[in-house]
Design a protein around this ligand. Sequence first.
Ligand SMILES: NC(=O)c1ccc[n+]([C@@H]2O[C@H](COP(=O)([O-])OP(=O)(O)OC[C@H]3O[C@@H](n4cnc5c(N)ncnc54)[C@H](OP(=O)(O)O)[C@@H]3O)[C@@H](O)[C@H]2O)c1
Length: 316
Amino acid sequence: MKNFTLNDGNKIPALGLGTWKSQAGDAYQAVKEALRLGYRHIDAAWIYQNEAEVGQGIHEAIAEGFVKRQDVFVTSKLWNSFHDPKDVEHGCRESLDALGLDYIDLYLMHWPIAFRPETFMPQSPDDFWPLSSLPLSKTFNAMLKLKALGLVKSVGVSNFSVKKLDQLIAESGVVPAVNQVELHPYNPQVELLDYCRDHGIHLTAYSPLGSGDRPESMKAQNEPPLLENANINEIAVSAGLSPAQILLAWAIDRGTSTIPKSTNPNRIAENLAAQAYVLSDADRSKLDNIGIQFRYVSPQQWFIPGVTYQSDDFWD
Ligand SMILES: NC(=O)c1ccc[n+]([C@@H]2O[C@H](COP(=O)([O-])OP(=O)(O)OC[C@H]3O[C@@H](n4cnc5c(N)ncnc54)[C@H](OP(=O)(O)O)[C@@H]3O)[C@@H](O)[C@H]2O)c1
């Protein structure tokens, strides 16, 4: 398995298994099968509400000798309701308990948005904490303390723009190890990629296949299905691969790790095999210049009237 080295010296495997939307029963089988096949990177989060199953998959894979704990890179994410520094350790321990682990390899601030404690999903402006009174750097500093406690090995963020990274680094004096964001040919985020390369921040590509199984309520009308793109399909046919494999090879070729979600054993294996493929210059250029801009994942439902977070300034 190819790895990338983080700015703290830890190594992140280039390809991991996503677990958002993996249903009860499926999540456990998928994680166990992935580890049996050779995956060494599992992406989890408190909000996915399936960390107990993900942990069960990891434990059974260890018990059956497929892998050792120290060889699996497990990511989890602090939910928005645990941003108050006094709640950060509690949020982390809830994930550790659910996963049944002593430590998490990479702990990310899931979104640059703070909810009031106990808010699972916000319903009104009162459920938010304005960033002016609870800056992201305070939450990040509290997350860094989890390293000293031995609860996490690396600390990073997710869904951060260049502007938010700049501000976080200036206020905390610490460069996050990772920024996990949506990346694929329709949303290549070249400026962010360049910034992260320059600052030693590793990028992880989420929704690399276009997140086709998101709930309908999260989908835009007539959104362009990434896996059906004609150029991607043409490259796939001539390479003898699937469109998903081309997308994953492109992500790794850019120096980003990538975490496709699947609960289907054949597709879990297919995605793992993608890491061996080397893109040609011509294919890379076609994928880099695909000519469609589209973002699949957006916290649109949180941009409610009266809240200080609005879509115009969110992806600044
Ligand atoms: N930090 C964040 O805010 C954030 C946001 C979004 C996602 N993520 C992470 O990133 C992971 C991946 O993103 P995602 O779940 O949004 O979407 P994704 O990985 O882009 O797409 C998942 C969809 O692709 C299908 N699929 C998987 N492999 C395939 C293949 N080889 N051929 C055709 N279809 C295939 C899956 O179906 P089957 O399961 O049936 O195979 C599922 O419908 C998440 O699971 C999560 O861990 C993080």
